[in-house]
Each structure stands twice: as structure tokens, then as C-alpha cells.
Design a protein around this ligand. Sequence first.
Ligand code: HEC
Ligand code: HEC
Ligand code: HEC
Ligand code: HEC
Ligand code: HEC
Length: 214
Amino acid sequence: MPQIFHRSFNTLSLVSIYGSVFAVAGIGWALSVLARSSYATNIGITREQPVPFSHQHHVSELGIDCRFCHTSVEDSSFAGIPPTSTCMKCHSQIWVGSKMLEPVRESYKTDQSIPWNRVHQLGDFCYFNHSIHVKKGVGCVTCHGRVDQMPLMWQDKTLLMEWCLDCHRAPEKYVRPRDKIFDMTYERKDPDEGRRLLEEYQIKSKMSCNACHR
Ligand code: HEC
Ligand code: HEC
Ligand code: HEC
Ligand code: HEC
Ligand code: HEC
């Protein structure tokens, strides 16, 4: 049978086939880097807020506990954003003339909540629950970073699926005693603590899709 294509064509087509495979892989790689970049995941980016509320100030300098404001974090899926009345427990007496606090006073007078902009937001197709993490020994700082050092709130972790799974696959790497959940500076000293807590709190590795996609 005569050759349909000249021999040199083989080399040429091989080169272009490989070339396009590499090009596709290259584009895929670039897209995956972009998807994980801080531009797409919002890591470290602060949001404009109606009132420049500082966690650094209220948590680290004034020493207010997270639960004073995020009251439902231990028993509900949502941590909750505090109502204006929580701020007014102090700001009806302190800093009453502050211009920065004008929207807080206005909100209290008109009974309209302050329109805080959300910083963390998973897609609707994804289920998250705070109380289960608190009960099983996952600290706020593990997922939200050093909130006590944030003059304005930012997102500290990607919140991508692979981030959730990294911990769900091996929770012993991250869990801590329950009385350290709100502690921003706790460090593990006993290297065996992870395995011990897994047993004590009966923590399982939750990898099935319907744990988070219900
Ligand atoms: C005095 C009240 C107060 C205290 C105490 C407080 N917060 Fe907040 N927190 C707020 C308010 C108000 C917002 C909404 C404005 C913002 O995002 O900064 C907020 C927002 C947040 C958010 C982002 C919510 C979103 O939009 O995604 C996180 C995470 C958070 N707080 C964690 C914590 C942690 C952890 C602690 C304890 C270390 C804490 N907060 C203590 C009042 C408080
Ligand atoms: C396992 C990771 C994880 C831990 C631990 C965690 N959070 Fe969150 N937090 C999230 C995620 C994810 C969201 C976004 C939830 C969504 O969009 O539905 C969030 C949202 C929030 C919000 C916004 C309001 C809400 O409920 O959606 C606040 C406030 C908050 N977290 C405070 C806290 C505090 C306080 C703690 C410590 C007790 C804490 N979080 C522990 C992952 C975590
Ligand atoms: C436990 C008391 C307490 C609570 C509750 C509280 N604050 Fe404050 N806040 C203070 C104190 C004290 C200061 C000022 C201290 C200083 O600057 O030395 C302050 C300062 C501020 C400032 C800066 C004001 C300025 O002009 O510099 C803002 C903004 C603010 N708070 C917003 C809020 C908001 C919003 C809430 C409710 C989510 C809130 N605070 C809840 C005690 C509190
Ligand atoms: C640092 C560790 C850690 C991270 C990060 C984390 N989780 Fe978890 N998660 C846990 C632990 C521990 C449990 C408790 C498992 C058990 O009940 O034994 C849990 C349980 C859950 C449950 C309850 C599952 C069930 O069937 O009872 C859901 C839902 C969940 N996580 C969703 C998420 C989502 C969504 C993310 C990412 C946005 C996430 N988690 C990130 C540690 C983590
Ligand atoms: C521990 C929680 C968790 C588990 C388990 C989990 N996912 Fe996800 N998944 C997430 C989160 C968080 C996102 C990203 C949500 C967002 O971007 O807002 C996500 C996103 C996705 C997406 C959208 C594409 C993407 O990567 O952003 C698909 C598809 C998906 N998951 C499928 C699955 C399948 C299939 C399984 C089982 C093999 C699974 N997930 C198990 C938490 C989980």
C-alpha cells in the first residue's frame, strides 16, 4: 500500500498534536492558578463597611469575647452578626459624639439594621455549620485567622472545597481542646493531642459529598 502521507508529515503532526496538548494543559494550569489566587478567593481583601468596626480594637484591646457579639456560634449553623442593640450596650455611653458611630446611633433610632457587607460567603449549593465545628474542637482562628489583629475584617483562608477536605481528611492535625476554641494564640504542646481528642470527642473523617452538598 502506498503511503498516503509523506513521512515528514508524521513528525509535523506529532509536534502539533503535542503542542496543542501542552497548550491546553497550560491554559488549564493558568486557570487553576487564577481560581486559587487571592483575586478570585478574596483572601486578605477587606470590605468597605458602613461603620469601620475594628475586631483588633474590640477583641484584643478591650478583651470582648467572640460570643458577646456572635451569640449563636455554639448552637446554630450561623455565627450571627450582632444587632445594633449589642453595640449600644456600650456606645450609648462611650464615644457618644463620635462621627464614625453616627450610622450606629441612626440604626438604633430608626430600628433599621446596619447593612454590613458579608466577607465570607459560600455558594448556596454548599452546607456549612458552625456549632458542629465548635463542638468537635475546631477553633475560630483555624478558619478565620488572627481576627484579634484585624482592624477591618478579611477572609484568611480560601474556603475552597480542597481546603475543607484537607482538614476533613485528617482532623487530628487541627483539633484543639474545647476550652481553647475562642483562644487566638493557643499552640499545641502535646504531639499526641490530636489523636487523643479524636477519640475523646468521637471525631470522624467526613468525606462523603452529601455531608456538605445536601
Ligand atoms: C463587639 C462585637 C464583636 C466581637 C466581640 C466580635 N465580633 Fe466578629 N463581627 C462583629 C461585627 C459587627 C461584624 C460585621 C462587620 C465586619 O465584618 O467587620 C463581625 C464580623 C465577623 C466575621 C466576618 C463575617 C462575615 O461577613 O463573613 C468573622 C469571621 C468574625 N466577626 C469573627 C469573630 C471572632 C472569631 C471573634 C472573637 C475573636 C469576634 N468576631 C468578635 C462584631 C464582633
Ligand atoms: C471550620 C471552619 C470554621 C470555623 C472553625 C469557624 N468558622 Fe466562622 N465561618 C466559616 C465559613 C466557611 C463561613 C461562611 C459560611 C457561609 O457562607 O455560609 C463562616 C462565617 C462566619 C461568620 C459570618 C456569619 C455566618 O454565620 O455566616 C461569622 C460571624 C463567623 N464565621 C464567626 C466565627 C466564630 C466566632 C468562630 C469561632 C467560634 C468561627 N466562625 C469558627 C468557617 C469557620
Ligand atoms: C463592651 C463595650 C463595647 C461594645 C459592645 C462595642 N464597643 Fe465599640 N468601642 C468601645 C470602646 C471603649 C471604644 C473606644 C475606645 C478607645 O478608642 O480607646 C470603641 C470604639 C469604637 C469605634 C471607633 C470610634 C472612634 O470614633 O474612634 C467604632 C467605629 C466602634 N467602637 C463600633 C462599634 C460597633 C459597630 C459595635 C457593635 C457591633 C461596638 N462598637 C460595640 C466599646 C464597645
Ligand atoms: C480545620 C478543620 C476543618 C475545616 C477546615 C472544615 N471542617 Fe467541617 N468538620 C470538621 C470536624 C472535626 C467535623 C466533625 C466531624 C464529626 O462529626 O466527627 C466537621 C464536620 C462538618 C460537617 C458535619 C458533617 C456531618 O455529616 O455531620 C459539615 C457539614 C462540615 N464539616 C462542613 C465543612 C465545610 C463546608 C468546610 C469548608 C468550608 C469545612 N467543614 C471545613 C473539621 C473541619
Ligand atoms: C467538607 C465539605 C465538602 C465535601 C465533603 C465535598 N465538598 Fe464539594 N465543595 C465544598 C465547598 C466549600 C465548595 C466551594 C463552595 C464555593 O465555592 O462557594 C465545593 C464545591 C464543589 C463543586 C463546584 C466546583 C468547585 O470545585 O468549586 C463541585 C462540583 C463539588 N463541590 C462536588 C463535590 C463532590 C462530587 C463531592 C464528593 C466526592 C464533594 N463535593 C464533597 C465542600 C465540600
